[in-house]
Write a protein that binds this ligand. Structure first.
Ligand code: SF4
Ligand code: SF4
Length: 482
């Protein structure tokens, strides 16, 4: 070790976690997972007590019976992976995205009208950012065509692109949806490329004919639904206050029965009165037959009645863990469980993501409103404050650059020492705006929760990687929903 005798090692930046029978590190600068054997664990334990030279580390490992050549190899491997580090390590900022980063996904808000009046809705509720006054309520075909052309024109090099239909209630403009699917497929095929589609709906307007069309065209469907009737009907109501469960239940059953070309998923918004995660999951997955169910706490100011307080979020975490344990049992048998919050995180871990931004908003994804205004994502559509150009004139690159710069992890100083930043990157821009009035603010109200949940997912990932690594292959292609 003479050549390296001036080196003094210390621990790098990682989060340790263990499963029943193994120990791992989550390496923060790389967003990678590293399994520890006994010798590596001993070396980590030694450095946890203070810095050490390579000679001291070799001597310690020799005392444990490790030959000198293997000890040197181990030290070199840990140094290469930056589990251990030496000398000055300047913070290496993640690169800015290039301004012409190719689009992957367009979210097309076909209408800003809805036939429900869900009290927590970010489009219409007390926390809305949209300013739809004086703008078209329904997108027209010219705007939709220009949007498809925009997507294809702004996605050079991508063989496949994606359109998600959104609302308001998406199916209130189903005639346009049909035309866009036909036009989009033709346009993409003309360029030797492909385009696929998905939509989010409250399911109230589903008919057999619509279901047939969705199935024939392989259109992915996410239904916004909050569980069995007593929970769903608390906030997902018509304008007269009547709950929507009875209207959607037979339609959802018909959708799941007859749409056989893509898995049907449910998305649940958790609120103070609707946080019975396990019961909701059982109903949606087992009683109704959704392929996957995902949960998100409502995005709101903390003083709203339906906001979930800290103890409520602790309870949600406990219930997430019940389902996560089940997920693990399924995965070890090679079966899919359907709790998509776990799948989304495992997918990111499998792909080794290390995010500069929390999501694709204004990066690989943009939203387009009924008026043709471009927004960072569907949640900012129709907002004058957040408009980023118009479909007829293109993206306002200055506004896009400003949005991305403020949302970049490099700008979020509070996050720079957080081990969860490769996956979280400060959290949703829209939630940050609702909470802090700044899309670039880190969502600091839920950091402990995020770290606890990420730790749970790391343990699941670690266990699967040891006992049924084949299962993880399902995440090679999966894209997390945002
Ligand atoms: S918002 Fe919180 S949990 Fe997320 S990266 Fe920043 S400090 Fe970590
Ligand atoms: S995470 Fe937030 S900002 Fe990002 S796409 Fe989703 S809603 Fe929009």
């Amino acid at each position: 070790m003479t050549a390296s005798s001036s080196l003094v090692y210390r621990l790098g930046e990682f989060h340790s976690f263990s499963t029943r029978d193994r120990s791992f590190l989550y390496l923060v600068p790389a967003g990678a997972i590293f399994e520890l054997d006994a010798a590596a664990q001993a070396l980590i334990d030694r450095l946890a007590q203070g810095e050490a030279s390579p000679e001291e580390l070799c001597a310690m490992l020799a005392a444990q019976g490790l030959p000198a050549s293997e000890a040197r190899e181990l030290i070199a491997e840990l140094a290469h992976s930056r589990v251990i580090v030496a000398g000055e390590l300047p913070r290496v900022p993640l690169d800015d995205a290039p301004p012409d980063f190719p689009l992957q996904t367009l979210v097309l808000n076909l209408t800003n009208q809805c036939n429900l009046s869900c009290q927590y809705c970010y489009e219409f509720g007390a926390d809305k950012v949209a300013t739809p006054e004086g703008k078209p309520k329904f997108m027209d075909f010219e705007t939709a065509k220009a949007s498809v052309d925009f997507l294809l024109g702004q996605s050079p090099g991508r063989r496949a692109v994606h359109i998600t239909f959104f609302g308001g209630e998406t199916l209130m403009n189903f005639p346009l949806l049909k035309k866009v699917v036909i036009y989009g497929k033709e346009r993409a095929a003309g360029e030797g490329r492909s385009i696929d589609f998905s939509l989010t709906t409250n399911a109230t307007l589903l008919t057999p004919a619509i279901i047939d069309f969705l199935s024939e065209n392989r259109i992915g469907v996410t239904v916004s639904m909050d569980g069995p009737a007593d929970l769903h009907d608390q906030l997902r109501v018509f304008a007269n206050g009547r709950g929507s469960y009875d209207v959607i239940e037979p339609r959802v059953r018909a959708l799941i029965r007859n749409h056989r070309t893509r898995p049907i998923t449910a998305r649940v918004t958790l609120t103070s009165g609707v946080a019975d995660v396990v019961r909701i999951f059982r109903h949606l997955k087992n009683d109704l037959g959704f392929h996957e169910v995902g949960f998100a706490p409502v995005t709101t100011s903390p003083n709203r009645l339906y906001a979930i307080n800290d103890s409520g979020m602790d309870d949600v975490l406990g219930q997430f863990r019940v389902l996560a344990d089940e997920y693990l049992e399924y995965a070890l048998r090679g079966e899919l469980h359907g709790f998509s919050n776990v799948s989304d995180t495992l997918s990111e871990l499998y792909q080794g993501v290390n995010k500069s931004h929390p999501c694709g908003a204004a990066l690989g994804l943009v939203g387009v409103g009924p008026s043709g205004d471009i927004a960072p994502c569907h949640r900012f559509v129709d907002s004058d404050t957040h408009s980023m150009g118009h479909i007829s004139t293109g993206m306002d690159r200055d506004k896009q650059t400003d949005f991305l710069r403020r949302g970049h992890i490099n700008s979020k100083y509070d996050c720079h020492t957080c081990w969860a930043r490769p996956l979280c990157a400060g959290g949703c821009h829209h939630e940050a705006y609702v909470r802090y009035g700044d899309t670039g603010h880190a969502n600091l109200h839920y950091c402990d929760w995020i770290r606890s949940w990420t730790d749970t997912c790391l343990r699941i990932y670690g266990t699967i990687s040891v006992h049924n690594p084949e299962f993880l292959r399902v995440f090679a292609e999966r894209k997390a929903l945002s």
